[in-house]
Design a protein around this ligand. Sequence first.
Ligand code: E4P
Length: 217
Amino acid sequence: MKFFIDTADVDAIRELHALGMVDGVTTNPSLILKSGRDILEVTKEICSFVEGPVSAEVVAMKADDMIAEGRKLAAIAQNIAVKVPLTWDGLKACKVLSGEGFMVNVTLCFSANQALIAAKAGATFISPFIGRLDDIHLDGIDLIGDIRTIYDNYGFDTQILAASIRNPNHVKDCALIGADVVTAPPAVIKALANHVLTDKGLEQFNADWAKTGQKIL
Ligand code: E4P
């Protein structure tokens, strides 16, 4: 399973990139706001060292305007995935942009039928939002499973990019159910390494080692 990092914080991406944890990056207008940076400038900087797909989102509502924005974003670097919303206009833009050879990430997906129609429109990635479904007491992981079944039934190439990942259990559940990619905030990726018994075990080992009076270096 690939890890994309869901942030426009360049320092955080660099830190994880140095550990080989970054297969790609996703951004959205809220994350651009949080970064305090210009979208074109920050996206270009991310693409200067991230080799995998970097999603940059259009903000227009009409297909023609989305297509124009998408072309401008795609001109930033070869590894840009143009992110379009799962609306009818977004699907039209997806069809045109993917037909021009650009990667397209269809975002704000909350149902299996939306994922089906995005695949038919040529989406490279579909982004079902798990956390936001959980927020309204629906099961985001069930949605990932349904999309996996549908895409496998018909051999769709569209990759399932599980988004709105809020905790390590989401990552594990997505891996078990067969999501192609998870996009998670840096803090969630880092939390994957944590376990209370690891901390407890290390504490004990350190205490015992101090009693030996030995040194390795
Ligand atoms: C996906 O591409 C979005 O950027 C993101 O995962 C949304 O996450 P949130 O629901 O935690 O804002």
